[in-house]
Design a protein around this ligand. Structure first.
Ligand SMILES: NC(=O)c1ccc[n+]([C@@H]2O[C@H](COP(=O)([O-])OP(=O)(O)OC[C@H]3O[C@@H](n4cnc5c(N)ncnc54)[C@H](O)[C@@H]3O)[C@@H](O)[C@H]2O)c1
Length: 250
């Protein structure tokens, strides 16, 4: 009997942090990978490390804030591997600011990367995922589910990711595809590099969403993503799973 074809996953934000941790788990499961990121050198380093570990992995360096780049990334994965089974939208940016100081450029950039790009990637991937009976996992945030001071545009962008997930899931309810999201809490990654700390911030308000428990390692959140992307999660569709150590619970 023929072996089933390996599953092919496109992972955005694959250069580092949660995206890299997700790629490492999927590679161990034998999933073929197309990693997408704007940071070309870290992306190359991650790709090379995965290939050295035995994975089949390619990279596509691009800025997903541009719709055409999202389409090109999906097309590159399908052109290289002949199919697409899994789309994992991990790439994201965040910035701290007082609401009154948010510039139009900052707001648009955050929405382009965190909100518009996952939509464009889903849109481009859907025909291929319907063909392969595949699935999508979007990365939202605890910030989508609770009030989080000083990151209003980020929270808004992540709330949109939750609605992207739920609304697509209902639109495709009768089809053989699954669409889910993970909402992480704090993780020790590079996302806060350059996020800025404005003066006069009330740290008590930040501590309300910093959580009672220690920040998660990206690997533990990646394990939740990998499970949702796996055939074992066949009953899970339209779900937003928190992986935040109850920090959004209260
Ligand atoms: N770290 C946290 O505390 C935390 C908490 C909740 C949710 N999240 C979410 O988890 C996801 C992963 O973040 P992380 O913590 O691993 O941070 P990270 O900064 O380590 O990784 C994000 C990746 O996205 C890439 N990226 C950013 N803008 C891009 C663009 N325009 N085009 C292509 N790639 C781009 C970055 O280069 C980076 O490799 C993000 O969506 C983030 O919002 C993170």
């Amino acid at each position: 009997m023929d072996e089933p074809a390996p599953r092919v996953a496109l992972v955005t934000g694959g250069a580092r942090g949660l995206g890299r941790a997700t790629a490492e788990i999927l590679a161990k499961q034998g999933v073929t990978l197309m990693l997408v990121d704007v940071l070309e050198e870290p992306l190359r380093e991650t790709r090379d490390a995965l290939v050295a570990g035995g994975a089949t992995c390619e990279m596509f360096a691009t800025d997903i804030s541009v719709r055409a780049n999202c389409v090109a990334a999906v097309e590159a994965a399908v052109a290289r591997f002949g199919r697409l089974d899994i789309l994992i939208n991990v790439a994201g940016i965040m910035k701290f600011h007082h609401a009154t100081d948010v510039t139009e450029a900052d707001f648009r950039r955050i929405m382009d990367v965190n909100c518009f790009a996952p939509f464009w990637l889903c849109q481009a991937a859907l025909p291929h995922l319907l063909e392969s009976r595949g699935n999508i996992v979007n990365v939202a945030s605890q910030s989508a589910l609770m009030g989080t001071a000083y990151i209003v545009p980020y929270s808004m962008s992540k709330a949109a990711v939750v609605q992207l997930t739920k609304s697509l899931a209902v639109e495709y309810a009768e089809k053989d595809i699954r669409i889910n999201a993970v909402a992480p809490g704090p993780m020790l990654t590079g996302i806060s590099e350059g996020a800025g700390i404005p003066e006069d911030m009330d740290f008590k308000k930040i501590m309300r969403y910093a959580g009672v428990r220690a920040p998660s390692q990206p690997e533990t959140v990646a394990a939740v993503i990998a499970f949702l992307a796996s055939p074992e999660a066949s009953s899970v569709h339209g779900a937003v799973w928190t992986a935040d150590n109850a920090s959004s619970t209260g």
